[in-house]
Design a protein around this ligand. Structure first.
Ligand SMILES: Cc1ncc(COP(=O)(O)O)c(C=O)c1O
Length: 348
């Protein structure tokens, strides 16, 4: 096959614009050859259980899936009865970016809460955690949070623990969308279990793709009795890979050593470098804390258009002109410096 793209071009649109980490490609190649039992009865999926138990504790069980939307919908569906509802931020990926998958595939109701920084608090959850036993209201059964959040912010372990305690006291479960869980752990300088298992999270959507996998995530059940038929739901939700060894091998390669941490630490450092480079430039307004690998900015008039002649990045809020600049495992210092120099020259 002839290469059709410029392999030296990198943008700031999303961490999933990046390709596959070379160590992941090596893992796929190592897992290739010969036959292995399909649908998860392979040695790599077995090894993944051990690897993730080292991170999340001996009772964790992992269900590899194709993508993050699938991991979220499956997690939530497994935690809820047919009449259940999920309390989440109005900026949660499940609300803003999964089309109607939670509602149509999961048949769940989302009860959203406005959150200025993408984070729920017990007080915010309380605005939707009511009506238990009232047949007229979808029954709140899960609180779902994202770590790191869609706005690039972080929960501390204590903040998550408080949400878990509140949820459990009300008979609900706590789900954590960890599409960028590694960025959070790297930024907090904590092991993954410090803000999941040890903070009483029930189920995690464990990220892979954004941190260098070709594709693949996993639903990780931390509370043993929270596995509401995941084995069956995964097939029903079309997330059961027949050649699962290749999804599992990638996740093993990411999480058995320090690749997850190395890559996330690097992506976060590139975001910090970018912020430091632009935040003091005239007219540039960095709108949110840069705690993980995303930088949110409003540029002076005309700058976005000029930058877009070279780079791709997303509008975050068209009304305010806020854009999101995302760094990934393969963003280089010179990528960042080039963007900073372009902003400096545009605002000069
Ligand atoms: C917070 C969050 N959750 C989940 C996902 C996973 O989405 P996908 O279904 O595209 O893998 C994403 C990707 O953008 C995300 O940002």
């Amino acid at each position: 096959m002839t290469r059709l793209h410029d392999a030296d071009r990198r943008d700031f649109a999303s961490d999933n614009y990046a390709g596959t980490h070379p160590e992941i490609l090596e893992a796929i190649a190592s897992a290739n050859g010969g036959h292995q039992t399909s649908y998860g009865e392979d040695v790599y999926t077995a090894r993944l259980q051990t690897v993730l138990q080292q991170h999340f504790g001996p009772t964790a069980s992992a269900f590899p899936v194709f993508n993050g939307t699938g991991a979220n919908v499956l997690s939530l569906q497994s935690l809820l009865p047919r009449w259940g509802a999920v309390i989440c931020s109005d900026t949660a990926h499940i609300q803003t970016d999964e089309n109607g998958a939670p509602e149509r595939i999961g048949a769940l109701k989302l009860l959203t809460v406005p959150t200025p920084d993408g984070k729920l608090t017990p007080d915010l959850v309380a605005t939707q955690a009511w009506g238990f036993g009232d047949e007229h209201r979808a029954q709140p059964g899960v609180v779902s949070i994202t770590q790191s959040t869609e706005l690039g912010t972080l929960y501390t372990p204590d903040e998550i623990r408080a949400l878990a305690d509140q949820a459990h006291a009300l008979g609900m479960r706590l789900h954590l969308d960890g599409a960028r869980i590694s960025n959070a752990a790297a930024a907090l300088d904590l092991p993954l279990r410090a803000f999941t298992t040890d903070a009483a999270v029930d189920v995690v959507s464990l990220g892979g793709t954004k941190n260098g996998l070709l594709f693949g995530e996993a639903v990780v059940v931390l509370t043993p009795d929270a596995d509401g038929g995941l084995l069956y739901l995964r097939k029903m939700d079309m997330q059961l890979a027949s050649k699962m060894r290749f999804v599992s091998a990638q996740l093993v390669a990411l999480y058995e050593g320090d690749l997850w941490l190395r890559s996330a630490t690097h992506a976060n450092a590139m975001a910090a470098r970018l912020r430091a480079g632009i935040e003091h430039l005239p007219g540039v307004r960095v709108t949110r804390p840069t705690q993980a690998n995303g930088v949110f900015v409003v540029f002076p008039a005309g700058v976005v258009e000029a930058l877009r002649r070279r780079w791709r990045f997303y509008d975050w809020d068209v009304a305010t002109g806020e854009v999101r600049l995302m760094c990934s495992f393969d963003t280089t210092e010179s990528d960042v410096d080039e963007l900073v120099a372009a902003v400096a020259s545009e605002v000069a």
